[in-house]
Design a protein around this ligand. Structure first.
Ligand code: FAD
Length: 400
């Protein structure tokens, strides 16, 4: 065991846990360091595009996610009054992209990703302060209130958009920038009546999304253009004021929501010129945080995880493997991030003439064309990660 190569993964989010799964499949010993004291049920829902489902297949966890999600639903785009601008059929999406789009609670995705990892390889309550260099040139991971971890063969910085490792090791990369959009998210019981379609509704300078989950709950989000940092004493009332007059059942979803989360949306406007510096590699939002309108941020983190593991299997030399990872991931994530930025602006147009022109264009576009647009990033095929499969999780683990 001790002679296996060792990777320290900073951050236990979707990217970090995905990387840990991939590296273990590639035969590495892995230590995940997560600053949170425990994995609480996180956030609201998340949609995973077919590319993410295939990444999860490559990581050995695709069937667990598929078992949770309902039969592919149909969906579409509406105006704020509820008039359909465009509709698509879930089966057609699946046929075109070779896998369904799925939506699940983030807590379920985290649980699935954590489940195969042995308890001793995931250390919570450990905050990483920085990554230095040991005398032999290998990285040394400095931690708050814990001993430094000496000489791992590789450090994977999956510590999110505000990545401390990126700030320290890539000081030339500008920090996150505000996209101009703020978003509320919630989870509500399913309203009575016929089952809801997945859908987005567009008004002036605002959009609202409705995403039914497998457990009968509805994940919803509302995004508006706003100044950064504005908070309300009663966030639910703020959403009601902004979206309460939109089509049914938006008002009901807001009124019955278990939680109302409010976050400003930031992104990395300039991506690093390389995701690799020595034996430190950026992954997930730490490398390419993007606006969420394409639903691709988490999906790209899972793709990163698969490509990193596959590169380390294919290339015996670690530096060559990291170069291969960088070569494959930077152009791809750069293209997705650019597209997410464009879509983000299109979804919340405020000028009435621009709104009318956009809606007309959508109405005139055959739904097959719209689906092909979605397929642009969803058709990604993962490389194989040959190697030992992930060992079964040890009984008695605290992370069930
Ligand atoms: C409103 C919204 C909606 C979204 N919807 C979707 C969607 O539908 N589909 C999709 O694919 N993506 C979506 N995204 C994007 C997605 O959430 C992110 O891309 C994804 O969570 C990134 O995962 P990550 O692991 O890279 O980073 P994170 O999830 O940010 O995880 C980073 C982890 O590192 C830990 N950490 C940070 N610093 C340290 C440190 N110094 N030491 C130790 N640990 C540390 C943090 O506690 C955290 O657990 C959305 C984003 C937003 C904001």
């Amino acid at each position: 065991m001790a002679d296996r190569q060792h990777a320290v993964v900073v951050g236990g989010g979707i990217g970090g846990l995905g990387a840990a799964l991939g590296l273990r499949r590639a035969g590495w010993r892995v230590t995940v360091l997560e600053r949170a004291d425990r994995f609480d049920p996180v956030g609201a829902g998340i949609t995973l595009m077919p590319n993410a489902l295939r990444a999860l297949d490559a990581l050995g966890m695709g069937s667990e996610v598929r078992a949770l999600v309902p039969v592919q639903q149909s969906g579409g785009l509406r105006t704020s009054s509820g008039r359909w601008l465009s509709r698509w059929d879930g089966a057609a999406v699946e046929q075109l992209m070779g896998a369904p789009m799925v939506a699940l609670h983030r807590a379920d995705l985290h649980r699935i990703l954590r489940a195969p990892l042995p308890a001793e390889s995931v250390r919570t309550g450990v905050e990483v302060l920085g990554v230095g260099q040991a005398p032999d040139g290998r990285p040394r991971v400095q931690c708050a209130a814990a001993a430094a971890i000496d000489e791992p063969d590789l450090v994977v910085a999956a510590d999110g958009i505000d990545s401390r490792v990126r700030t320290q090791r890539w000081p030339e990369v500008p920090g996150p920038a505000y996209t101009g959009l703020t978003t509320w998210r919630g989870m509500s019981p399913e309203p009575s009546g016929p089952p809801l379609d997945i859908g987005r509704s567009w008004g002036r300078g605002a959009e609202f999304g409705i995403i039914p989950l497998t457990d009968g709950r509805i994940y919803w989000f509302g995004a508006v253009e706003a100044q950064p940092g504005v908070r309300h004493d009663d966030e639910r009332a703020a959403v009601r004021e902004r979206f309460g007059h939109w089509h049914a059942p938006i008002r009901e979803l807001v009124d019955t929501s278990e939680v109302v989360l409010h976050h400003d949306i930031h992104h990395l406007r300039t991506l690093p010129r390389s995701f690799v510096r020595g034996r430190v590699v950026l992954l997930g939002d730490a490398a390419h945080a993007m606006p969420p309108q394409l639903g691709q941020g988490g999906c790209q983190a899972l793709e990163d995880a698969v490509v990193l593991a596959a590169s380390l299997v294919r290339e015996r030399d670690i530096d060559a493997a990291l170069a291969r990872y960088d070569e494959q991931r930077r152009p791809r994530t750069g293209a997705v991030a650019r597209s997410a930025g464009q879509v983000g602006r299109l979804n919340v147009l405020a000028n009435p003439l621009a709104v009318a022109a956009r809606n007309m264009l959508i109405r005139l576009t055959p739904s097959a064309v719209g689906i092909r647009g979605l397929a642009r990033f969803g058709r990604w095929e993962p490389p194989d990660i040959p190697g030992p499969s992930v060992p079964e999780r040890a009984a008695g683990s605290p992370f069930r």
